[in-house]
Design a protein around this ligand. Structure first.
Ligand code: ATP
Length: 452
């Protein structure tokens, strides 16, 4: 894992937030390549879950949530984790996630460091929500001034269910999808971005008739597993946990956790939960407003049930990086064994699709053609122009950030080996390292096909 964290910083995928000042615990900033990777993931999710489906519409709710919404949903009263403190070293732990090696505390006694087992307090509930005050004149005791940074994107979907239904003219079954930030004051952020205090979710609330709910829950599990395969996380690396009775929320008759084999253990990527009509019932009761669905054909009025596939964007990014990371030994032209670090991203996810290199930066004609190709391709995909150093080194730099294709413009492009190769370039494939000659005029259609 350390190698991956270090690569992420070195190559501009992910930095600790406020790195200059020692870091802000549980918060991360995505650098230039991490941002591209995240955009690719979110765009693909949106395309598959919203754009290509007639039964799902999108929304983009506010991050600041009204306290009434989160009181109705149960978050104000009960969105907490069990917390314990060590009476000696004062360290805080999430009680249900303590590893034995965590429980060592060191004390200084008469100048000497002594290690012993932590002595823990009783468990108490720690609410994970970030509370804030709204309005310039908000006083400390004005309950109407209290707002929360949303702990999940789902509640704005539930509280806007009726408005979306009325404005989109969808019919049951249909879903509302949202991608956005969520905030949880986690007791122990850990495992790089896996458990953060600020993170992004990709959530769908799929509203249905209660009779169809259990079958739809299984269908959604399959849809989501296929999605992970399509983006480059094979099924063999995924585990499905059918959450047993007693461990599910009291209103859920079925919940699956989709887990991934991270280097630090098998951990949750996404939950696919059948939540009955719990949330809509809560919002109807607390708001006192009619939010039922009316099925004209059946003449039936009811509060729909819901299936919730709720995925973590940052956790999926981390899984994509872990899955793509590879080191292989190669023998170079001089017979020396070298290690090649390569991120084997699917082309659709790769932050840079094509590296473009003139073989010699001093050759004005090669540079001119390379720049023309860069200009043409960059309207369609993210490309990177590089003229510094030996071409082999440039390939390695692109391998390390997962660029699936590189183009080299050389003397053959200029026609120095005859007309046959004139106006062709070398297209080099990252995984096989094979090279082929492609005519410049064929590059765009060929690459568009390859990266789709
Ligand atoms: P966990 O048990 O790991 O705390 P959860 O079951 O509370 O997660 P949900 O409330 O189901 O998580 O949230 C849906 C998804 O949001 C999770 O599957 C995960 O991918 C993501 N997520 C939740 N908490 C965090 C976090 N602290 N950091 C990053 N992603 C998170």
């Amino acid at each position: 894992m350390e190698e991956i964290v270090s690569l992420c910083k070195r190559r501009g995928f992910i930095f600790q937030s406020a790195d200059l000042y020692g870091g802000l615990n549980g918060c991360w900033d995505y650098g230039p390549l991490g941002t591209e990777l995240k955009r690719n993931l979110k765009d693909y999710w949106w395309r598959k879950m919203v754009q290509e489906r007639e039964d799902i519409v999108g929304m983009d709710g506010s991050i600041l949530n009204h306290q009434a919404v989160l009181t109705a949903s149960g978050h104000v009263g009960g969105f907490s984790d069990p917390m314990v403190d060590c009476k000696i070293c004062k360290k805080r732990y999430r009680a249900d996630q303590i590893e034995p090696e965590d429980l060592i505390c060191s004390e200084k006694k008469q100048g000497k460091k002594e290690e012993r087992l932590c002595e823990l307090t009783e468990e108490k509930d720690f609410n994970l929500m970030f509370k804030t005050k709204m309005g310039a004149s908000a006083s400390d005791d004005d309950p109407n001034a209290v707002a929360y940074l949303r702990p999940e994107t789902a509640q704005s979907i539930f509280s806007q269910f009726k408005n979306v239904l009325d404005s989109s003219r969808q019919k049951i079954p249909f879903g509302i999808a949202q991608i956005g930030k969520a905030f949880r004051n986690e007791i122990n952020p850990r495992n790089f971005t896996f458990r953060s205090r600020e993170f992004e979710q990709m959530e769908i609330e799929y509203f249905c008739h209660p009779d169809d709910a259990l079958a739809l829950c299984d269908e959604w599990l399959e849809t989501r597993l296929s999605f992970y395969e399509e983006i480059g996380i094979p099924r063999t690396q995924l585990h499905v946990l059918d959450v047993p009775d007693g461990e599910r929320a009291h209103y859920s008759a079925k919940t699956y956790d989709i887990e991934y084999a991270f280097p630090f253990g098998i951990q949750e990527l996404e939950g696919v939960a059948y939540r009955s009509n719990y949330d809509l019932t809560q919002h109807k009761t607390h708001s006192g407003k009619p939010i039922e669905y009316f099925d004209e054909q059946a003449g039936e009025k009811y509060l729909p049930h819901v299936i919730e596939p709720s995925a973590g964007c940052d956790r999926t990014i981390l899984a994509l990086i872990c899955e793509a990371y590879d080191q292989e030994e190669l023998t170079n032209d001089k017979g020396k064994v070298e290690t090649r670090t390569v991120l084997r991203f699917k082309p659709s996810m790769a932050p840079i699709k094509v590296g473009i290199f003139p073989l010699l930066k001093k050759n004005a004609e090669q540079v001119k053609i390379a720049k023309e190709i860069e200009r043409e391709l960059s309207s369609y995909m993210n490309v990177f122009y590089d003229e510094a150093g030996a071409v082999g080194r440039r390939y390695r730099r692109q391998d390390e950030v997962g660029t699936p294709y590189c183009l080299t413009i050389d003397f053959d492009t200029l026609g120095e080996s005859g007309d046959e190769l004139k106006n062709t370039v070398t297209l080099r494939h990252r995984d096989s390292m094979e090279q082929e000659r492609v005519a410049i005029e064929d590059l765009l259609p060929k690459l568009l096909k390859l990266i789709k």
